[in-house]
Each structure stands twice: as structure tokens, then as C-alpha cells.
Design a protein around this ligand. Structure first.
Ligand SMILES: Cc1cc2nc3c(=O)[nH]c(=O)nc-3n(C[C@H](O)[C@H](O)[C@H](O)COP(=O)(O)OP(=O)(O)OC[C@H]3O[C@@H](n4cnc5c(N)ncnc54)[C@H](O)[C@@H]3O)c2cc1C
Length: 344
């Protein structure tokens, strides 16, 4: 019989992020389909009570928590010690955790300490006759494999965005505190601050409902024989500002910077979608001024509803890559869309 443990950490405000709720949904669904003693929840953070209360209606058999000022900051030594202590207390055989940067850094090491195994980028869990199988993609999302392991504990890092998030009632949960005594060396890394882009300059938003993709067409000569890069930049920026969509790009557009051409200033290679870029997960995607060639469109594999605006009626999107193709001038369309959004 499996002992399932959901392992989560709190956010800065003490709450649980969407990725944690997605892993909760996964753990709960698994516990109801296999021979398991329900499931436990382990929480690490400065304070665990608010997080436990947030998911009090999830039906967990037990809540375990590690809290304290030294667990507020992500730090390998303290996070690994906390996760190890919770896994031991829960006697976990299956540990389900969201693949956040904090857990990605730590849980392989914890699996090693407990003589377990870890698998990352999990996008699905199924069970048949209590045999648990997990799925993940290989070779830049070209092949999906289904894996089973006999070694326990088995740590499973669930890719954010791949599962529905748990939705249930908050309440009041009783949490058993797990004590962790940290050696002095465990505290020698101190986070003194975080340097990050301002909210408007941060254009990659994995939790956004919409992926907005820009292609090289935004920088090409238009019907009047001129380029209109500053206008393009403003249209894109205004759209992102009102919708909080995540910004993706074709390779051609992000590569232009290296060639010294006029480019959209807030785009970097990190925005690139495709075979040599990223494969994000958003419910919807809108491509603009992009041709939709296979090396780009392969990065749209997990986008559920795809639309594109291109002047070219024969572009890649028209050949089965998009659900809807608007054969239109993206400058005109986005100007109208922005005006409608502003009016709203
Ligand atoms: C090994 C390899 C790996 C690659 N990996 C990637 C990858 O990861 N990601 C990626 O994106 N590409 C990748 N590529 C490149 C890819 O094949 C394409 O070259 C690239 O995606 C083209 O970018 P684009 O569609 O923006 O530009 P273009 O092909 O130049 O298309 C621009 C489009 O904009 C349209 N347009 C122009 N003006 C307007 C307007 N006013 N309104 C509407 N539409 C307009 C044009 O009609 C045209 O269709 C890779 C290629 C190779 C060989």
C-alpha cells in the first residue's frame, strides 16, 4: 500500500501557489484510485497554518508542517532538511510536489538521502491495479513516455500548468509540527534581496491565460514600403499591459537583435517559443506577424486553443496548425483590439 505525501512550500504571503494546488489535485485523485492510506500534506514555510487552512477541505488524512524564519527563504540546506524530515515522519512512498524552482533544486538531493528515486517534468499520473504510472515528454516534447518504478520513496515533480488546480473550501486544519534542527552551516546562505524586472518589464508569465506571440513580420516593411517598429512596440506593449498575457516570440524576431536591426526592445531569447525555445502551457495562444513554420509551431504543442493573424493566407498556421487564422494586417487588428480593451 502506498503512503502518498503532497509536499508544498508557501509563498512569501504564506499562501499556496496555483502550482501547489495543481499537485494537490493530482495527489488527491491518485489517492482515490489506488490502495493508499489517503494522503498527507507536508508544508514548509515561515508559517504553515494559513496554507493548511487554505486547503482544509481537501480531505487529507494528515497535515505535517515545518515552520520558522529560516524556512521563509529558499535555501538548499534548510529546504532539504525540512523535506527530509517531513518525508520520514509521513513514511512516504510516493512524494508528489510542484516543479517550482525551489523544489526542483532540492528534491533530487532529498531522494538521494532517502535512497529513493526522483522523476521531473511529470505531466500525468495514472494507476491500474494500484500500479502507478507517470508520463513525461522527451526530446523537446516529441515523444511521450510512460514510466513505472519499484523503488520507494518515489519523488514526482509535477510540471506547473499540466494539471487542473484543486478548487475546494478553506477551513481550519490541524497541523502536526515537525521539528528540524539545522546545523549552523545550514544557515550560512542568506538571501539579502531579490533583483528582478519590474512587473511591466517581466513579460514571461507562465500562469497567464493567453500566450501572445510576436513574429518577425512586426519589423518588416509594410504596405507603405516603410518599417514601423516603434508603432509595433507600442501596440504589443499596450496589449500586454491590459491583458497581462505572456509574451512569446518566433526565433527570427529575437535573433534580429544580434544582427543590429531595429527590434522590439523588451524581447529576449527567453521569449522564444519552439523547437529551440520553450513549450509553454497556456489555455489560449494568439500569434501575430509570424509564419507558423514547424520549428516554431512545435512549441505550441500544449496550447489548447490557437489563433493567428498573418497577411499570408498560405502560412503554416493555415495548414492545420491553428484553430482560427485571421488573414489580416496585425497592426490594424491589434490597434482595434487595444481600443476595445481600453474602452472596457
Ligand atoms: C534547427 C532549427 C530550429 C529552429 N527553432 C526555432 C524555434 O525554436 N522557434 C522559432 O520560432 N523558429 C525556429 N526556427 C526558425 C523557423 O523555421 C522560422 O524561420 C521562424 O519561426 C520564422 O519566424 P517568423 O515567422 O517570425 O518570420 P517570417 O518567416 O519572416 O514570417 C513573418 C510573417 O509575418 C507576416 N506579416 C508581415 N507583416 C504582417 C502584418 N502587418 N500583419 C500580419 N502578418 C504580417 C508575413 O506574412 C510572414 O508570414 C528554427 C529553424 C531551424 C532550422
Amino acid at each position: 500500500m502506498e503512503n502518498i505525501l503532497l509536499l508544498v512550500h508557501t509563498e512569501a504571503d504564506g499562501s499556496l501557489a496555483k502550482s501547489a494546488l495543481e499537485s494537490l489535485q493530482t495527489a488527491q485523485a491518485l489517492a482515490s484510485t489506488i490502495d493508499a492510506s489517503g494522503f498527507s500534506v507536508g508544508i514548509v514555510g515561515e508559517k504553515f497554518q494559513a496554507a493548511a487552512d487554505q486547503i482544509a477541505g481537501c480531505g487529507a488524512a494528515k497535515y505535517l508542517g515545518v515552520e520558522g524564519a529560516e524556512f521563509a527563504q529558499p535555501r538548499y540546506a534548510s529546504d532539504a532538511a525540512a523535506a527530509e524530515a517531513i518525508c520520514k515522519t509521513a513514511q512516504a512512498t510516493l512524494v508528489i510536489a510542484p516543479a517550482t524552482s525551489r523544489w526542483n533544486r532540492v528534491l533530487a538531493g532529498v531522494a538521494q538521502r532517502l535512497n529513493g528515486r526522483v522523476d521531473t517534468h511529470i505531466t500525468g499520473l495514472t494507476a491500474e491495479n494500484s500500479a502507478v504510472s507517470v508520463s513525461r515528454w522527451y526530446y523537446r516534447q516529441r515523444m511521450e513516455a510512460v514510466l513505472q518504478r519499484t523503488q520507494r520513496p518515489w519523488f514526482l515533480l509535477i510540471d506547473p500548468g499540466s494539471q487542473p488546480a484543486w478548487e475546494g473550501a478553506a477551513g481550519s486544519a490541524s497541523v502536526e509540527k515537525v521539528e528540524v534542527s539545522l546545523a549552523d552551516t545550514s544557515k550560512r546562505t542568506t538571501v539579502t534581496g531579490i533583483r528582478q524586472l519590474s512587473a511591466d518589464a517581466q513579460t514571461i508569465r507562465p500562469d497567464a491565460d493567453l500566450l501572445f506571440v510576436t513574429g518577425a513580420g512586426w519589423t518588416k516593411k509594410q504596405a507603405d514600403g516603410q518599417t514601423h517598429v516603434p508603432e509595433a512596440e507600442k501596440l504589443i506593449f499596450d496589449f500586454l499591459k491590459t491583458t497581462r498575457a505572456s509574451l512569446g516570440s518566433s526565433k527570427s524576431l529575437v535573433d534580429l537583435g544580434g544582427e543590429g536591426q531595429a527590434v522590439i526592445s523588451f524581447l529576449t531569447h527567453l521569449n522564444q517559443i519552439g523547437q529551440t525555445g520553450s513549450t509553454p502551457r497556456h489555455p489560449k495562444g494568439l500569434s501575430t506577424c509570424c509564419h507558423g513554420e514547424e520549428p516554431h509551431a512545435v512549441g505550441w504543442r500544449f496550447i489548447k486553443e490557437r489563433r493567428a493573424i498573418s497577411l499570408d493566407a498560405n502560412c503554416g498556421w493555415a495548414r492545420g496548425k491553428a484553430d482560427v487564422l485571421y488573414v489580416a494586417d496585425a497592426f490594424a487588428v491589434m490597434e482595434k483590439v487595444n481600443a476595445l480593451l481600453a474602452a472596457k
